[in-house]
Design a protein around this ligand. Structure first.
Ligand code: BMA
Length: 340
């Protein structure tokens, strides 16, 4: 019986493979048949990567970053029975405004999806006179209504918490610049209605550990556990041949998530396999979602690989929380409330 509890629904049909006996390092292991989404997955789309999935009815749905053959990313809907084999819609998701009129972002990438009180919210990065965060809601994955853009430019890597905290919606994000931002910390903002955002707080910045020394950004929606919010995020290192994206892990305070309780000084996953090291952008592991089961503590992590594929890795709640705690190194700027 696990001492650490996950506060979320039971997902009996989630994908899973047992931990390999010869695993070294962090307790995160790759799916043996990675990548789960390969090149040219849909007519007119050359690559799908950096995408998010969620249980829906008796299967799964996902919002996928589809790099169209004209080079412009849009978000595509996918459905699956097993969260491994996906069927994609042939056209990008058709977003409308609150009057029901077509309202497409000029481009859209790196989507996340979160359910709060029966409504599914999708967040992504889009042009709003510069890269910024787009937000939409759906209840049926057929009709997608855009809400106000939560933040002014420039911003990326937004993800909502899967429930209100002290009656407020909370969203992580990573302020940035117009291009391949060479800096960045994770912040949190709150809203009573998903329209008005404020009470911005700093959550965590880069660290002295080189794999995350350049910038970081939130990844999958935080998972509620008895130890705090378990966050998988990305950390970036600058090398003489470009950026390297790895996955890190932290645990945020449940009631006050701008406070970092534990933060793992080691990466949890770093580019090692051919599909992570080789592709449109080499050396990228970019987590955007998890599927997790509170009964078994199993966690499946979906991550973009080399800006070319979607790959899957697994971990187990107790193992990963213990590993993060054992290798935790937090600074004053992590553990303070985050306002100056
Ligand atoms: C970031 C984002 C991600 C991408 C990464 C590596 O700035 O644009 O979508 O995976 O760069 O190219």
């Amino acid at each position: 019986m696990s001492r650490i509890k996950m506060v979320s629904p039971v997902v009996k049909n989630m994908p899973w493979q047992e931990k390999p006996k010869n695993l070294v390092g962090a307790p995160v292991w790759r799916y043996s048949d990675n990548p789960v989404i390969k090149r040219n997955p849909v007519e007119g789309v050359s690559r799908i990567f950096n995408s998010a999935v969620i249980p829906y009815k008796d299967g799964f749905v996902g919002v996928f970053r589809g790099e169209q053959t004209n080079g412009i990313p849009q978000i595509y809907l996918g459905k699956s029975r097993d969260a491994i084999n996906w069927e994609f819609q042939k056209e990008p998701i058709r977003f409308v405004n609150e009057k029901g009129e077509l309202f497409m972002p000029p481009y859209a990438y790196d989507p996340r999806v979160v359910e709060i009180e029966g409504i599914y919210y999708i967040m992504w990065c889009q042009d709003f006179y510069g890269p910024s965060i787009g937000l939409a809601k759906t209840t049926d994955f057929e009709n997608f209504v855009r809400l106000e853009n939560p933040f002014i430019p420039y911003n990326r890597n937004a993800v909502l918490f899967p429930r209100k905290i002290n009656q407020k919606y909370k969203m992580l994000s990573r302020p940035s610049d117009t291009g391949h931002t060479p800096f960045g910390d994770i912040f949190i903002s709150e809203s009573p209605d998903l329209v008005h955002w404020g009470r911005h707080r700093h959550v965590m910045g880069t660290s002295k550990y080189w794999w995350e020394q350049l910038k970081i950004g939130s990844g999958a929606a935080p998972i509620e556990t008895s130890e705090g919010w378990l966050l998988f995020y990305h950390g970036v290192c600058l090398t003489c041949s470009g950026y390297v994206y790895s996955m890190g892990g932290a645990i945020l305070d449940l009631e006050n998530p701008s406070i970092v309780k534990y933060r793992c000084r080691n990466f949890l996953l770093t580019p090692e396999e051919w599909y992570e090291e080789r592709g449109f952008v080499p050396n990228v592991c970019f987590p955007c979602a998890t599927i997790h089961d509170s009964e078994t503590g199993r966690i499946a992590i979906y991550y973009g690989a080399a800006d070319t594929y979607v790959a899957l890795a697994f971990t187990q709640l107790e193992d990963i929380v213990e590993y993060i705690k054992e290798h935790s190194s937090v600074t004053e700027s992590d553990t303070e409330i985050g306002i100056r």
